[in-house]
Write a protein that binds this ligand. Structure first.
Ligand code: GLC
Ligand code: MG
Length: 726
C-alpha cells in the first residue's frame, strides 16, 4: 500500500469458499451467487481510479478435505485487490448457520489485522447477515461508514419455510433463523446504505423487518460480463481464432434446433431456465400453443436446464418436463417447438442469445416471480428484445432500458400478445434491441455499479464524523508509559464481582499488587465515576490503572482520573440525548434513575423485567429514527447509550489504543451490562454468583464460568487462564 491518498475499502463475505482462481461455485449451498458477486465487486472496485486498495475479507479454512488455497492468509486478486482470510471457529469448514457464535472472534482478529496494517479502512461493506455483523462492529468501533448488502434475508426465508410446513423450532435448530433475523434487524438500522439489486428486493424482503423504515436503501444492480455478452451484430470485434470457435458453437446449436423445426428460418422465441415450476414454462407453451398467429410468426425454443433421464429426476423437475411434453402434444407443436436435451449449455449461452437476435426473435422470461432476472439482462446485452414477467426484478430492467414488454405471467394470452407486438413490428424490434445494447452497460455493468457505489461512499464520507483518532494521548503521557510496560490486563466489574466478599477481595488486591509490574488492572462498571470511586474507597481498594464508568461511556486513567477525550468524541457521533429523553418521557412504565447516574452519554431508568416493555422502548426510539445502544440488566436497570458505546467497545478501544492484544485481557463480570465485554477474544470470566442474564454465554469459547463467587472467581480466572505464570 504505497500511496495512501485513495480509498481503502474492506468487503466482508464470511461464509462459503472464496478464492480468486477457479472459485468452486455451486460446490455447496454456501458457495454460489454471493461468492461470484463479491469477487467481481472486489475486482471492479479496484479498477476505479479513486480506489487504492480493496480487501475482500473471508474466513480462513484449514481443512484437510479442501484445497490449500483457502488456507492462504492473503491472496492477490489484482494489483489493488486481494482476499484476506481471518481464522475463526476452528480450522474446519462449517456451514454458515454454525458460524454465529464465532463472529466476535472474527471481529477481534480483524481489529488485530487492522492494527498490524497500520491503516483504517475508509469504508466497510458487509455481505449477508454474518458479514453485516462483523462490518457493523468495526464501523462502530472505528467510526467509519457501513454499507450492507443482504443477498438474501432471513424473514423471507422463514416465511417460505413456514409455508413449506417446517416448524419454527426446527428452522431455528437447523438454520438459527431467529438469531439471523435479529442480526439483520440491527444491521438494517445501523447501515449508512443498504444496497439492493432491485426494488422488488426492498418490497419483498426488507419490508418484512421491524426496522424497515429506518433503512437507507439504494438500488444498485450488479453487472454482467460485457466481454461475453456482446451484441449479435458485433462478432467481428473478436480475433479470428475466437470467431472460429463461435462459428463452431453456432453450428452445433443450429443443428440441435433444426432437428425440431420444420421451418428453421423463422425468428424464434427463446426461454432459458431451470426446470422449476415457478419458472412457469407451461404458461409460455400454453401461450404459444393457443395462438396460431404467433406460431406462424415464430418458432419456440425452450432450454430447461440439463435434461437427464426424466425418470431419475427430482419430483418438481420431472413434473415440469413431463408437462412440457404433454403440452407439446396437446397443442400439436411438433415441428415448431424445440426442447433440446443433450447437455449443459452454459458455454453456448451467449451465442444462443446472439442466434436468437440474428433470427429477429425475442427472449421470454414468464416466471411467476423473478427476483432479479439475470438471463433477461444477458439476452438484452446481446441485442435481443425481451418479454418478461412483471413480478420482481424485470420491472426495473424494463424501466431502466426500455427494451421490452412486461406481462402478467398468469395470463397466457398476455404473453402471446406481447411476443406478437414485438415480432410483428420491425421498427419496435430494432428500437428494443438497440435500447438493450446501450442500456445494459449503463445500468448493469460492474463499472456503472462501482461508479454509483463510490458516489454514495463519497457522500457518506463528506457527512461522516472523522474516524476514531487517538489524539489526546500526549496529555496523559505517564499513562502511556504505564500501558506500554503492561503485558496483561485484568478488567473487572465492581458490584457483585470485585466486591461482595471482603476476604477474597483482600486476597485479590494482594495478588494484583505483587504482579503490578506487568499486570495492569482496571474496573468497568455501570456506576458513574464518583460512585465508582466511592465504592472503591468504601472497600479499601487502591486506585486502579483505569476506570471505565457509566456502562462504558467514560474512561479515566490513574490517580488523577484523567478523562479520555478521544473516547468522548467518538461517542458523541449521532448522539441526541434530549431527543431520546423527550421520546421516552411518554412511557409511564419508565422511571428515571437518580440525577447522579444521568451522564452526558448515559440516560438511565428503572424498568420492570418484561420483554413487551422492552419492545415498546425500542419501538418508540425507532419511530423517531434515533440511534442508541440499549442495555438492560439486573432485571431493573435500563441504560440508553450512544450506539458506539458499551463496556465491550470501551475495552476494545483501550486494547487498540494502547496496543494490548484482546487475548491478553481478562474480563470479569456478573450481569447483563457485562455481557458484551465477555464475548469474543478477551479472556472472559463469569463469577459463580452471576445473574441468569449471562447463562446464554455458557459453552462459548473463552468464557469461563468460575465455580467461585465474587473476587474469588476473579482469582480463579487468573489461574484458569494462567495469567500469573507469564
Ligand atoms: C449502576 C448505575 C446505573 C445503571 C446500572 C446498570 O447501578 O448506577 O445507573 O443503570 O449500573 O448498568
Ligand atoms: Mg455487576
Amino acid at each position: 500500500m504505497a500511496d495512501r491518498n485513495g480509498l481503502y475499502i474492506q468487503l466482508f463475505s464470511i461464509h462459503g469458499l472464496i478464492r480468486g482462481t477457479s472459485p468452486e461455485l455451486g460446490r455447496d449451498a454456501d458457495t454460489g451467487g454471493q461468492v461470484k458477486y463479491v469477487l467481481e465487486l472486489a475486482r471492479s472496485l479496484a479498477e476505479q481510479p479513486e480506489v487504492e486498495q480493496v480487501d475482500l475479507v473471508t474466513r480462513l479454512i484449514d481443512d484437510r478435505v479442501l484445497s490449500h488455497s483457502y488456507h492462504e492468509a492473503t491472496e492477490p486478486l489484482s494489483d489493488k485487490a486481494r482476499i484476506v482470510r481471518i481464522r475463526c471457529g476452528g480450522r474446519r469448514y462449517i456451514r454458515k448457520e454454525l458460524l454465529w457464535p464465532h463472529l466476535e472472534e472474527f471481529t477481534d482478529r480483524m481489529l488485530k489485522f487492522i492494527k498490524a496494517e497500520g491503516r483504517l479502512p475508509d469504508i466497510v461493506h458487509g455481505h449477508y447477515a454474518d458479514g453485516g455483523y462483523v462490518a457493523r462492529e468495526l464501523a462502530a468501533t472505528f467510526g467509519i461508514p457501513l454499507l450492507f448488502t443482504g443477498h438474501s434475508m432471513g424473514r423471507h426465508k422463514k416465511n417460505k419455510l413456514l409455508a413449506e410446513g417446517l416448524s419454527e423450532e426446527e428452522m431455528n435448530r437447523r438454520y438459527r433463523i431467529d438469531y439471523r433475523i435479529g442480526v439483520e434487524e440491527k444491521v438494517i438500522k445501523y447501515a449508512d446504505r443498504i444496497i439492493t439489486s432491485t426494488r422488488h428486493e426492498i418490497d419483498e424482503q426488507y419490508r418484512l423487518y421491524d426496522n424497515f423504515t429506518a433503512g437507507r436503501y439504494r438500488i444498485i444492480p450488479p453487472g454482467i460480463d460485457l466481454e461475453i455478452f456482446f451484441p449479435f451484430g458485433q462478432r467481428d470485434r473478436l480475433a479470428v481464432a475466437e470467431r472460429k470457435i463461435l462459428a463452431e458453437t453456432r453450428r452445433t446449436l443450429l443443428e440441435e434446433l433444426q432437428r425440431f423445426w420444420v421451418n428453421p428460418h423463422k425468428p424464434f422465441i427463446l426461454a432459458l431456465c431451470r426446470p422449476d415450476r415457478r419458472k412457469n414454462i407451461s404458461g409460455l407453451i400454453t401461450a404459444y400453443g393457443r395462438d396460431r398467429e404467433l406460431q406462424a410468426l415464430a418458432n419456440l425454443a425452450i432450454f430447461a436446464g440439463i435434461r437427464k433421464d426424466i425418470e431419475s429426476m427430482e419430483e418438481n423437475e420431472r413434473e415440469v418436463l413431463t408437462e412440457m411434453l404433454l403440452l407439446m402434444d396437446r397443442y400439436d407443436l411438433y415441428g415448431k417447438l424445440a426442447i433440446p436435451k443433450r447437455h449443459d449449455f452454459t458455454l453456448e449461452v451467449p451465442e444462443l442469445y446472439r442466434l436468437c437476435g440474428d433470427s429477429r426473435g425475442v427472449f421470454v422470461n414468464p416466471a411467476l416471480v423473478e427476483p432479479f432476472g439475470l438471463t433477461l439482462i444477458e439476452a438484452a446485452s446481446c441485442g435481443v428484445p425481451i418479454v418478461a414477467t412483471r413480478e420482481g426484478g424485470p420491472a426495473d430492467i424494463v424501466a431502466n432500458c426500455d427494451n421490452g414488454l412486461l406481462v402478467d405471467p398468469t395470463e397466457p394470452e398476455a404473453i402471446g400478445r406481447a411476443c406478437k407486438t414485438i415480432l410483428a413490428d420491425p421498427e419496435l424490434w430494432e428500437q428494443f434491441s438497440a435500447n438493450g445494447v446501450s442500456g445494459i452497460p449503463a445500468h448493469y455493468s460492474w463499472r456503472s455499479h462501482c461508479e454509483e457505489t463510490l458516489h454514495q461512499i463519497a457522500r457518506l464520507k463528506s457527512s461522516a464524523s472523522p474516524p476514531l483518532s487517538f489524539a489526546h494521548t500526549r496529555a496523559v503521557e505517564p499513562v502511556g508509559r504505564r500501558f506500554s510496560a503492561l503485558r496483561r490486563l485484568v478488567v473487572t466489574d465492581i458490584d457483585n464481582t470485585l466486591v461482595g466478599d471482603a476476604d477474597a477481595l483482600a486476597g485479590l488486591l494482594e495478588l494484583l499488587a505483587k504482579e503490578r509490574q506487568h499486570l495492569g488492572w482496571g474496573v468497568a462498571t455501570g456506576r458513574c465515576l464518583k460512585m465508582a470511586l466511592d465504592a472503591l474507597g468504601e472497600h479499601g481498594v487502591p486506585a486502579p490503572d483505569f476506570i471505565v464508568s457509566s456502562v462504558g461511556t467514560e474512561i479515566y486513567y490513574g490517580h488523577a482520573t484523567l478523562a479520555d477525550r478521544g473516547w468522548q468524541q467518538h461517542l458523541s457521533y449521532r448522539w441526541k440525548p434530549d431527543a431520546i429523553r423527550a421520546a421516552l418521557a411518554g412511557l409511564d412504565f419508565l422511571s428515571p434513575q437518580d440525577e447522579e447516574t444521568q451522564r452526558p452519554f448515559k440516560i438511565s431508568y428503572f424498568m420492570e423485567d418484561d420483554p413487551a416493555l422492552l419492545f415498546r422502548v425500542h419501538q418508540t426510539l425507532h419511530a423517531k429514527k434515533l440511534r442508541y445502544n440499549l442495555v438492560y440488566s439486573h432485571g431493573q436497570f435500563l441504560d440508553i447509550l450512544p450506539f458506539r458505546g458499551s463496556k465491550g467497545k470501551a475495552i476494545r478501544y483501550l486494547s487498540y489504543k494502547w496496543g494490548l492484544p484482546l487475548g491478553h485481557i481478562m474480563v470479569c463480570g456478573d450481569s447483563g451490562n457485562d455481557d458484551d465485554m465477555l464475548r469474543g477474544e478477551p479472556l472472559g470470566v463469569v463469577v459463580a454468583n452471576h445473574s441468569g442474564e449471562l447463562d446464554h454465554l455458557r459453552g462459548r469459547r473463552r468464557v469461563y464460568f468460575s465455580p467461585e463467587p465474587y473476587a474469588a472467581g476473579i482469582m480463579d480466572g487468573l489461574t484458569h487462564y494462567k495469567l500469573l505464570d507469564w
